[in-house]
Design a protein around this ligand. Sequence first.
Ligand code: NAD
Length: 510
Amino acid sequence: MALVERVEAAPGARRRLRLSNPANLAFLAELEVEGAEQVRAAVDRARKAQAEWSARGYVERGRVLERAVRVLLDRESEFIERIVAETGKPAPEVLATEILTACDSLQFYAKRTRHILRDRNVPLHLLKTKRLRISHRPLGVVGIITPWNFPFVLSLNPTVQALMAGNAVVLKPSEATPDAGRLVSELFIEAGLPEGLLELVLGDGETGAALLDAGVDKICFTGSVATGRRVAETCGRNLVPCTLELGGKDPMIVLEDADLDRAARAAVYGAFSNAGQVCTSTERVYVVDAVADAFTRKVLDQTAALRQGSEGEFDVGPMIRAEQLEIVEAHVSDALERGARLLAGGRRNPDEAGVFFEPTVLDEVSHEMRVMREETFGPVLPIMRVRDQDEALAWANDSSYGLNANVWTRQKRRGTRLAQSIESGCAVVNDCMITYGIPEAPFGGVKQSGVGRVNGEQGLLSMCHTQSIVIDRFGGRSEPLWFPHSTRKARWMRRAMRALWGTSLGRWLA
Ligand code: NAD
């Protein structure tokens, strides 16, 4: 029941993959895996196009992005249909999480990049004879490698940031969702992006690995920890910067004063939207004893109301990759063998032909179980009861991941303080998963969840190298530090040092 299968290739021909729809298993397309030669040619074309693009100002670049928004609004239904065909997601979910967020990303960076990346003159605290100008220069060609779970927006969003910063992009979407990559490319072609600036290379790990070694100036990778580690190794060898957006095992903490109705709805949405295939899915819940029964009852009511399917209106679609379903099954059976209690779901959906796993709720779970330690990336919600906030925090931080987290309390200050104690790159108080959809919010992980940030000011800065230009203000024959060295100069320097850092007036001035 694989959705990406290898096809027997003729001798000397490139490898091919056979893709089928995860919801109904219908054949979609065959994909030829591009190799090192094709990837290198794409990087060369991108490099040629980049010089002219980087000479354009932010306003001009932004106009292309604004045209892309209009194209996206015009072709929205077709884009949704094509993303649904590859992923089986509910169409309204694609609208909300892929198309709406893409429009916002395009418009946000089109309008604001010029303010964020503008050159700045910085007055110097000490050397008043110099002026400092800080400017952000494009890196050149950025290689972007993306996963299959939000195949359109996770490809588009870093592409937008790289392009606005003046780079060219070579995009390698997941082999499971190549058409979403094509959509990004089509969108920019129709918006009038100059040829070569966004090159698309299609294929699997072979193509991705080739991109790492194809002479790019940065890699922006989103995917699993295992692949991220390989990407970092190669980037380290090539001394190429990389941003790694990796997996998560996001905790949810429900305190005794939480709004339990809202928290239960959020738990169900956080665990089951996109069938749990979200890097910021709620993957484990810690609820304090005092409200655990009431919270769990509400979660079960919400879960029972979910409609799983592939036609008409439904809430939860299939797993996008068959391999992922096997991981989910292994986590659930490991948990049950070790004493977890199954409250809902727990099996493949027998009414569907495709790769469906029923929304599953477990309790009586412990940290010996894989479901509490490893990324499940499927529709499973394990609930663990804890004594109090301190115990919840200790368990939340007992993880090798640190991407996002959500905490629930009616006291916002308490929630903020608790969020600050969680070892994660992002955290949410009284909501869940929302961070990636807020372009101002730097997004990324700590521990094994990644290195670096995308989005907002930090995301744009990560697509640039920062150049410091020091300008001499007054000229003159020489500078105090220049040759010749002399004991007279050294004496003068010692006096200046003592006056500056050895007196309280000096320290106040410095
Ligand atoms: P994956 O690591 O298997 O693949 C990601 C991409 O890397 C694909 O395009 C793949 O073809 C490519 N690739 C595979 N081997 C490669 C290699 N050796 N060199 C270069 N590229 C290679 O991940 P996936 O299964 O597609 O995605 C699921 C994972 O992504 C989950 O762990 C999820 O948490 C994570 N994810 C993270 C974020 C985030 O922003 N932190 C967002 C979405 C998904």
